[in-house]
Every structure is written in C-alpha cells, then in structure tokens.
Design a protein around this ligand. Structure first.
Ligand SMILES: Cc1cc2nc3c(=O)[nH]c(=O)nc-3n(C[C@H](O)[C@H](O)[C@H](O)COP(=O)(O)OP(=O)(O)OC[C@H]3O[C@@H](n4cnc5c(N)ncnc54)[C@H](O)[C@@H]3O)c2cc1C
Length: 661
C-alpha cells in the first residue's frame, strides 16, 4: 500500500481552528446488543396526561418527518409540521425507487441483525458509530412490520412471503421493495398515519411554509421563523422542542438526483445558531444515473441500484470504440466490476462502482455522446437477464424504471444496453446529533438525511429509508421524552428579544436579496457553484483542487451579494426569492465542505483524496489520524469554523482495509 499524503504542519492554517473534542454523552456503554434497550429504559418518561401540554415543531414531512409526526401525535403531543411542498406526499422521499433493508432473513441466506450491522459499518468504511449502526439494524425488522400493517404493498413471492432482492456491498438479499416505487409507497403509509393524527387533532400541518430561521432562547431551541410561500407573510412559531427532518443537501452540486427543491437552509440556519455540522464532505455519488446530456440540464435521473441485481456493467475493451454495443462481441467487452471484484461483482458498494466507472471513462473507454470531448457513460446491459428470465419477468421487476429510461433517452433498454454514469445522490454529512438524535443545541433534534446519520463515509443502498423511518417511528419517540421530561418550558412571548431578532434577520435578508438589483440570476450562481463543487469536491479530491475551490467559492460568494438579481416582491409567491435564500446557504455550505475535505487527508468511502490510495487505486484510510467524526462549529471570533472531533471506537468490528474482491 502507498500513501503520498504528507503531514504538513499548518496545512490548513487560516481555514479553521481546532476546538475541544465533542462527546456523545447519551451513548450507553455495555454489550452492544443491550445498548438500545438500556437507553430506552434509562430515558425519562412523560406521562400521557402531561404530553397534551407539550408542543413539538417538526420541519419536514418526508419519511423521517411524517413518521415522527404521526408517532408523536399518536403519543398525545401537540405537533405542528412545516414543509415547503403543497402536500407531505410530494417530499423528496417519494423518489426513492429501489427498496429498504431489513434483517428479516426471509431468504434464509444467513442474514442477521449482526450481519446488517457489520455490512453497514464496513460499507461506511469504518467512519460510523457502532452503537448507532447496531440500533439501526435491530430496529430494521420493526419498520417492515409497521409498514405492512399500514398496507404498504411490498412485492411478494408466489407463496405470499415478502420478496427480497440484493443491493450493493452485501452478499445476502435483504432489500424489501415495491417495484421501483418503494419511497412513494412507504410515504403514502406514513402520510396516512399522519393524516389520521391531523383528523384526531394532534397534528397541525403548515403546507407551503419554508423555515428560514431557528429561534434559540436561553440556549434552547424554542421555535422557527417561517415564510408563508404563497402570501410572503413572515411568521413566528414557538414550541417546547424543534425537530428538523429536512433532508439532504446534494443540490449544492446543482446537478444531482435529488428533487429540485431539496436544500440545506433549515440545517444551515441551525448550524449558524450553534448546531455542529458533522462530516459535511461525505457525499455519495451514485454509479447508476442517466449521463449528463449537455450544459442546459438542471436535473439528473437515477436508475435504481436494484438494476445491478440483473444488469451487467461493461465497456468496450478498446478505447474509443464507437460501434453499436450490440455489434461488440463478448470477447471485446470488459465486464470490469465482475473482473476486478469477483466476490461482489456488479453489486460492489456505490463509492467503489462510481470510481471504477470514472476510471474507465478517463481511460477513453466511455460510451455514448461526448460532452466537452469526453464520453462519460458505461453500459448497463440486460440482454443476458432477458435471455435467462424472459422479457416478462424483467418487465415485472423493473418495468417502470425501463419506461423512465426510455422516456428520457429515447432508447429502448430492452433492445440496447442502458448508458449510465455516476451522479451526486445522497449526503452522509448533516447536523451532528448524539445517540438521542439531539444536536448541540438543546431542544433541537434532527432526523433522517438531515442528520449526519449512521452511514459513515459511504451509505449502502436501501439504507436511507431504513434510517429515516427508524429515526421517525422508533428512535426519536423513545428519546425526545427524556428532554421533554423537563417541559413544558416557560412560555416564550413573541416580543422576546431573541424572537424579534430572528424575525428581523429574516426580513433583512429578504430585503437585501430584493434590493441588490444586480445583473446575474440566482441560477447562474448555483450552476457555477455546482461546477466548482463537482470539479474539486466531487468523486476525486486533491489538496490543490480543494484550496482552489475554497478561493473560487469565496469570490463567488462576494459576487453573489454584490451582483445577484432577484425579481418580484416579498409579499407574493416568488420562486426566485426562495431560490436566492437556498443558494446563499449552499455557497456557505460549499466552503465548509471543501474545508472538511481538505482537512481529512485520507480517503474513506465516498471521500476520495487522490493522494491517499492503495496501489490498485482503492481508498486508503489513515485510522491512526482520522478515526473520528468531524463536527464543525460555525465561525468563531475570526470567522473560521471550529473543528470538534468525536473519536470513533470499534469494539466489535475490526477496522481493516475494505475488500470486495
Ligand atoms: C432518486 C433517488 C432514489 C432513492 N432511492 C432510495 C432507495 O431506494 N432506498 C433508500 O433507502 N434510499 C433511497 N434514496 C435516498 C432517500 O430517498 C432519502 O435519503 C430519504 O428519502 C430522505 O428522507 P427525509 O425524510 O430525510 O427527507 P426528504 O424526503 O428530503 O424530506 C424533506 C422534507 O423537509 C422539508 N423541508 C426541507 N427544508 C425545509 C425548510 N427550510 N422549511 C420547511 N420544510 C423544509 C421538505 O418540504 C420535505 O417535507 C433515494 C434518493 C434519490 C434521490
């Protein structure tokens, strides 16, 4: 193994300062298998009569938020939910295609809670917490029971048992699915549970409301400032506790598979108010997306990882081979994943499959139309699967995904192989939370993709839905009570200086956006930021590139505030204004991501530092130096972010170089 990273003193001088370590004080000790039980037992309770006196704000009604709101409403708390779509059913969670993992061992293929735990820790390249991951695996089976009880139509086998398929990074079949619409079906289940509480009067919903600021009073999160996106009214909402379930920030790259509205504003505003941001540079680039077609594209489309169960990935052996793929004989094809990783084949984890595709294209073996002179695509071929299973069986399993591909590309994947290329898909980073899912601001809890989550440096497929629903249905409802045992807290008047200050800050920001009257559209800034992030903080990162990116982003930020043009008014539906706020926050986040990526002078999972790789091009970790969560505090007195390290200890899994060969 080789590593060329030098431990240069003051490598990042001037970019950040190091603060005291941060500890997860809620994590129980003792045997791994007992920790969750132990924490549930030690957490203080709130009796049902007292719950009625307490109020909870939940921002976000995707899977993580809807499940939490429904469960806490059912428990008897007064819940208010906020979301920017017109219905909870339009949350980005609806896009999830492939499935949700659970350790049910229905296939009798040697699966277990322990194996799911092990696969997830290894898949995350040993950068997640053992206690959290074990809890996630333990709770996974209950999620499926909950969803089935709600009527979620998971695929079934002929005998009636729920069917399973495989996802990357594992050798068992533990992924439950509802065709290619798993997220949608799970969301309908969570949504109807939520609506039941709305009808019962425990949950109130605020559609088309965007949270623009967190209200912190006497050190505790006590509410939010939200904008009614239809009327423009700036409102204050106060409560005993605030939960953010606002999703991931992949759209910092402009082009991603995320919904167009997905953004970082809620978590970034909380970060600015004191919540630490965990591992911001950990981004997942998904290997199977429809390749970028040109400069004017604003969205990328995922082709579910489930397709790798039956599709085979290949490129022509000869660089620059532009023949119709059907005319390229078998012995002139390179099924490179099967060749390099015989044990896992096409189902290696996403980070590994993505980098492998990039290397093939960098070597000139990419396929499809060239963009900027380079063909960035590899084939995902179902010819053999169609011959083996028959077209009808392939259609039954993947039909809607094939239709989607055909509608977007105009090519029929039953006839010609799909073309795929990696794209930004998911963010493992997010607000730092303890075992109870509480951030560093007391009273601010964070669930789902919005927290820094249990996936370490790389998330395995079908585990985001598992984590969001685990947080919402099972974890938060058993930990938030420990905090609320001291509530209800003293009522905060709307005239409280902290409340007034938060409201004023929101109004002033809006005024600034609308009065700058520059020459450049918000989108042009977003696009430029995306280019910088993809180029220098994307699939491969270097010290030189990251330093350049930080300079470019600082210049872009200055230009944004000087030259942005936002049309329309504050007191009306104004999408340019909405986007301006989101892009301003993305620019600040982008800088922190690059600083985080620069400081982590190792490769792990999706964070690939070109200077730290093994001889055969795999990610090379430096456990002696970097086995920690990087929890970033917003700028200290000199404006530089402060790094707090949370050491990661492995008592049950041996930390070693990942191998999928
Ligand atoms: C194309 C695609 C396919 C995927 N497929 C799978 C899969 O098969 N299996 C899997 O496990 N994972 C999959 N994932 C990942 C998974 O879908 C997400 O990680 C997960 O759905 C996130 O859920 P969430 O509830 O945390 O956030 P979201 O679903 O993103 O919900 C965020 C919520 O927050 C609200 N919100 C955000 N900001 C604000 C604000 N400032 N004010 C008010 N409201 C706000 C939104 O309105 C929304 O209600 C996929 C992701 C993509 C992009």
């Amino acid at each position: 193994m080789t590593s060329t990273i030098e431990t240069t003193e003051n490598l990042v001088a001037g970019l950040y300062r190091e603060g005291a370590p941060v500890a997860d004080t809620k994590a129980p000790a003792g045997p791994l298998q007992n920790r969750w039980e132990q924490r549930k037992f030690s957490a203080r309770l709130v009796n049902p009569a007292n719950r009625r006196k307490m109020s909870i704000i939940i921002v976000g009604t995707g899977l993580a938020g809807s499940s939490a709101a429904a469960t806490l409403g059912e428990a008897g708390y007064n819940v208010s939910t906020f979301f920017y779509q017109d219905s909870p059913r339009r949350a980005h969670s609806i896009a999830a295609q492939g499935g949700i993992n659970a350790a049910k061992n229905y296939k009798n293929d040697n699966d277990s809670v322990y194996r799911l735990f092990y696969d997830t820790v290894k898949g995350g390249d040993f950068r997640s917490r053992e206690s959290n991951v074990y809890r996630l695996a333990e709770v996974s089976a209950s999620i499926i029971d909950q969803a089935v009880a709600q009527g979620v139509p998971f695929a079934r086998e002929y005998g009636g048992l729920l069917d399973n398929r495989s996802f990357g990074g594992v050798q068992v079949s533990r992924t439950f699915y509802a065709r290619g619409q798993t997220g949608q079906q799970l969301l309908i289940g969570a949504y109807q549970a939520l609506e039941r509480q709305v009808a019962a009067g425990t949950v109130k919903t605020y559609a088309r409301h965007e949270m623009l600021e967190l209200i912190v009073v006497d050190g505790r999160a006590r509410g939010i400032v939200a904008r009614d996106m239809v009327t423009g009214e700036i409102q204050t909402h106060l409560a005993d506790v605030v939960v953010l379930a606002t999703g991931g920030y992949g759209n910092v790259y402009y082009l991603s598979t995320n919904a167009m509205g997905s953004n970082v504003t809620a978590t970034w505003r909380a970060h600015r108010k004191g919540a630490y941001f965990g591992n911001p540079c950990y981004t997942q680039i998904h290997p199977t997306c429809i390749p970028v077609a040109g400069e004017y594209q604003s969205k990328l489309t995922l082709m579910s990882e489930s397709l790798r169960n039956d599709g085979r990935i290949w490129v022509p052996k000869k660089a620059g081979d532009t023949r119709d793929p059907r005319e390229i004989p078998e012995d002139e094809r390179d099924y490179y994943l099967e060749r390099i990783y015989p044990a896992f084949g096409n189902l290696v984890p996403r980070d590994i499959a993505s980098r492998a595709a990039k290397y093939q294209c960098d070597d000139g073996k990419g396929v499809g139309p060239a963009v900027d002179g380079v063909r960035r695509g590899v084939y995902l071929d179902f010819k053999e699967a169609i011959e083996r299973m028959g077209r009808a069986a392939v259609e039954a399993k993947y039909g809607n995904l094939f239709d989607m591909y055909q509608r977007i590309t105009g090519e029929d994947p039953y006839q010609v192989p799909m073309r795929i290329y990696p794209a930004v898909h998911y963010t493992m980073g997010g607000l730092w939370v303890d075992y109870d899912l509480q951030s560093t601001i007391p009273g601010l809890f964070v669930t789902g993709e919005a927290n820094f989550s249990d996936h370490g440096a790389n998330r395995l497929g079908a585990s985001a839905l598992m984590q969001g629903l685990s947080d919402g249905y099972f974890v938060l409802p058993n930990t938030i009570n420990d905090y609320l045992a001291d509530a209800p807290f003293e009522k905060v008047p709307e005239s409280h200086p902290e409340v007034v200050e938060a409201q004023q800050a929101v109004k002033e920001r809006i005024r600034r956006f609308l009065s700058t009257n520059g020459t450049r559209s918000v989108d042009s800034f977003h696009k430029e930021l995306g280019h910088i992030m993809w180029e220098y903080c994307g699939m491969e990162r270097t010290e030189e590139g990251l330093r350049k990116a930080i300079d470019l982003i600082r210049t872009l930020r200055e230009e944004f505030w000087r030259d942005v043009k936002v049309l329309g008014a504050a007191d009306e539906l104004n999408q340019a204004l909405e986007r301006a706020g989101r892009v301003a926050d993305f620019i600040e986040l982008g800088e922190l991501m690059c600083i985080d990526a620069l400081h982590r002078r190792e490769s792990c999972g999706g964070h690939f530092r070109a200077e730290s790789q093994t001889e055969d091009g795999e990610a090379l970790r430096h456990d002696d130096e970097f086995a920690y969560v990087a929890a970033w505090e917003h700028g200290g007195p000199d404006g530089a972010p402060v790094l707090h390290k949370e050491d990661l200890k492995y008592e049950y899994v041996e930390m070693k170089q990942r191998s999928y060969k």
